[in-house]
Write a protein of this length. Structure first.
Length: 365
């Protein structure tokens, strides 16, 4: 079976779907792996490292057009879909919007979206959302630290004592927990908020305090994600958080609801109540943002508060992000391929939930 790994062409995308060591393991496992020249360069994996691992180099058209399975980070550009061989398979990390999925089906691709991977124990080695969120949570704190006008740790100096910065993390999923851990390592006083009471122990185990708000409704899905709150509860949540952000020097917001627009947690009025020099890093910018004032992909200042809406933060740490992604995608490949053939057992939850198109039909959006 021939696996193709093209170079990522999306703007500011520096990751690569397979690293040399993982590609080499696939070669030893009997796969033929062909990667586009320069595909790993931006992630600091030169072509020589791939060839040393037994991987073949090729141009873009041959990598895409002659592969049985194409492995990518971002989904293919619509303008390039005609180059993909009909009946081939695609594995990538993309949002399966209706229009895009129809284009994949029209090309008769068997397409798998790792965004849809179910949160079950046996899928953990394939969990791209978690691995890339780990990178994003870490980098968000570094962005905030480089933007704020203060130091994060408490320092006792000859010029006086500098108090530690106060960091508030909204959302204690994978990105939030990594943000907590990173801010703590840098010496900040950290607190966190989440609508799911079950994460309290995880937050406290990292040395942060947990802000509790009485929520009568159940705020967690069966898969462990936060779910959308009722209108009345959300109003109470906004008032609670408006009071919480007043004392924060840095706010890292990570709250997301799968398949929906990110919930607003910080209103424009709440920003006005924050201290001058405070920083908000909104990791939910790609799905609308947790701050009402966030402008995706840019930094703005309102009432002396810097609001950052970074996009694709994982790509800014491309070496480790690619290493984790490659492990995830290799584990997924081992699940869907058996004896050198694609295994399409739609009774299997992992395959059923991630396969968005097959044989010209749309299966999921």
């Amino acid at each position: 079976m021939r696996i193709g790994v093209p170079k990522e062409v999306a703007a500011n995308e520096r990751r690569v779907a397979l690293t040399p060591d993982l590609a080499g393991r696939l070669v030893k496992g009997g796969f033929e792996v062909v990667i586009e020249r320069g595909a790993g360069t931006a992630a600091f994996f030169p072509d020589d490292a791939y060839t040393a691992a037994g991987v073949k180099l090729g141009d873009r058209s041959s990598v895409i057009g002659q592969a049985d399975i194409v492995l990518q980070v971002q989904g293919p550009m619509s303008s390039e879909l005609a180059q993909y061989r009909e009946g081939s398979a695609l594995v990538a990390f993309f949002q399966p919007t209706p229009d895009y999925v129809r284009q994949l089906a029209h090309r008769k691709l068997t397409a798998f979206s790792l965004v849809l991977l179910p949160r079950i124990t046996r899928a953990q080695p394939m969990d791209v959302l978690s691995s890339q969120a780990t990178v994003a949570g870490y980098k968000a704190v570094l962005l905030a630290a480089s933007t704020t006008g203060r130091l994060l740790p408490m320092l006792v100096t000859a010029a006086g004592t500098l108090p530690a910065a106060r960091v508030l993390v909204l959302g204690a999923g994978v990105a939030g927990l990594q943000a907590i851990a990173t801010a703590r390592r840098l010496g900040a006083i950290v607190s966190a908020f989440d609508v799911r009471p079950a994460v309290k122990e995880q937050v406290q185990s990292l040395g942060a305090s947990f802000l509790e708000m009485a929520i009568e409704e159940h705020a967690e899905t069966a898969g462990g994600y936060a779910k959308e709150l009722s209108e009345e509860t959300h109003r109470k949540e906004l008032a609670f958080l408006a009071a919480a952000v007043k004392d924060a020097d840095i706010v890292i917001s990570t709250a997301a609801i799968p398949g929906k627009k990110a919930p607003i947690l910080i209103t424009a009025a709440a920003v006005q109540g924050m201290k001058p020099g405070a920083v908000i890093v909104d990791l939910a910018a790609e799905t609308g943002g947790n701050c009402e004032l966030t402008e995706p992909g840019t930094e703005i200042v309102r009432n002396g508060v810097s609001i950052l809406g970074p996009l694709n933060l994982a790509s800014t740490v491309p070496l480790h992000a690619s290493q984790m992604y490659a492990k995830n995608i290799s584990a997924f490949l081992g699940h869907i391929v058996q004896d050198g053939k694609l295994r399409l057992d739609f009774e299997d939850q992992i395959i059923r939930e991630t396969c968005v198109t097959h044989a010209g039909e749309v299966r999921k959006t």
